[in-house]
Design a protein around this ligand. Sequence first.
Ligand SMILES: NC(=O)C1=CN([C@@H]2O[C@H](COP(=O)(O)OP(=O)(O)OC[C@H]3O[C@@H](n4cnc5c(N)ncnc54)[C@H](OP(=O)(O)O)[C@@H]3O)[C@@H](O)[C@H]2O)[C@@H](O)CC1
Ligand SMILES: [K+]
Length: 461
Amino acid sequence: MQKIFYEVNSLDKRCYEKFALTEDILMEHASSSMASYIENNFENDKTVLIVCGVGNNGADGIALARLLYSRFNVKLYIPYGVKSQMAQLQLKRVNLIGIDIVEEICQCDIVVDCLFGSGLNKDLDKSSQKLIENLNLLDAFKIACDIPSGISSIGEITTVAFNADITITMGALKVSLFSDMAKDYVGKIEVSNLGVQREIYEEDSTLFLLDKEDMKLPFRDKKDAHKGTYGHLNVVAGSKKGAGVIAAKAAFGFGAGLVSVICHECIDLPYHIMQTHKLSENCTAIAVGMGLGNYEEKEIEVILESNIPTIIDADLFYEDVILKALDKNVVLTPHPKEFCALLKLTGIANIDVPTLQKDRFKYLSEFCTKYPKVVLLLKGANVLIGQDKNIYVNSFGSAVLSKGGSGDVLSGLVAGLLTQGYSCLDAAISASLAHTIAANNYKKNNYSLIPSDLVEEVKKL
Ligand SMILES: NC(=O)C1=CN([C@@H]2O[C@H](COP(=O)(O)OP(=O)(O)OC[C@H]3O[C@@H](n4cnc5c(N)ncnc54)[C@H](OP(=O)(O)O)[C@@H]3O)[C@@H](O)[C@H]2O)[C@@H](O)CC1
Ligand SMILES: [K+]
């Protein structure tokens, strides 16, 4: 996994104070990494339009123009002039070389957005909005310098943002690149080192980006094993029984040794899944909440008060009874609307979904600070998994999963790992990665996935 930072100014400062680097050195590395990307991926005669703002994001772009000039057809556009000292210095350098500055945007093969970076501190005015909209319309490969212009430091987009194919971000990954809103704009993300390797540039962080290697699948190494070795999961099926059945099937396909569905009515189950009326004596994990609907409060209380690892989903996020489980090792898997209900129930915040989506990291962090034992997996375009001080980002999610039933599969995958002895955090991380990576491996068209397809893909990981 890679570290993510809420801000990197302190990391830049550390480079100056601890390693005697200068702003000029950092910037030269920032612009060189963009130049290398262009040199390695495009023919020499291509036209590169570099659009520069007044600050140091613009300065990176002006330095890039110097590095590419004469090998590429460089068009440097500086619509609002320059303000920062570094931008003035970079402008002086390109003037001495004799690089022309164009008066308007033009057709090009590659456009590099260096308008605003980490210094965006107010809403875009009409002219910047129009400019970004026009850049987005260009039929060109789009590179964002540090962060697509229009995305704020918390990842909010109030009007418009540059629609990048790739973002080359400077020094380290920033939280702003991983908001749900940013997902459609950042494209691929690469990190440029700024004169020292990332391991040296970066300090400790409580935020992490998950890689595929963080997915630990429940492969069976033991030879002396039986079904009980891999646990007995109980799934509580409510009035919408299908949700529980989907979760049960997913858990079985992900390695659970035994799976029983708790249901008082007769229910149609595959032969390998059992039905029961109360918690099994050898139960090793519980999944509850999916499709629950009307329920017997006493029965749910008993389940939530047990000390068996539990994953809680869906309808229970609206019920007071959930408060009984929040001092235990449980996994909660709400979508944004359910998380808003939970924030209200716990007295943390009374907000609507758009407010949550503007600052998902903040609200998740507040919840996890108040309930440090709980692992909270907040669904979204980028899945966030929080426990205590740490937040892990799973950015493999895609619209393929935007379907009824996908969440029930996820609950089942988490439950399947819990029942095999994974900790709540490890179960949430590996199940979430398996869920999203399996969906990405699905080869049919991206609107057609059904829960059983997803389970089939999980089996092939
Ligand atoms: N630090 C380093 O060592 C390194 C930094 N690097 C690079 O520096 C970038 C950060 O540079 P930065 O701090 O100069 O901010 P930047 O994003 O260029 O914009 C600031 C200017 O924009 C203005 N402005 C803001 N919002 C606006 C709006 N809505 N509409 C209009 N104007 C607006 C704002 O106005 P002001 O606040 O002055 O009124 C200010 O003048 C960073 O992203 C990275 O690319 C790399 O080279 C690596 C080394
Ligand atoms: K930018």
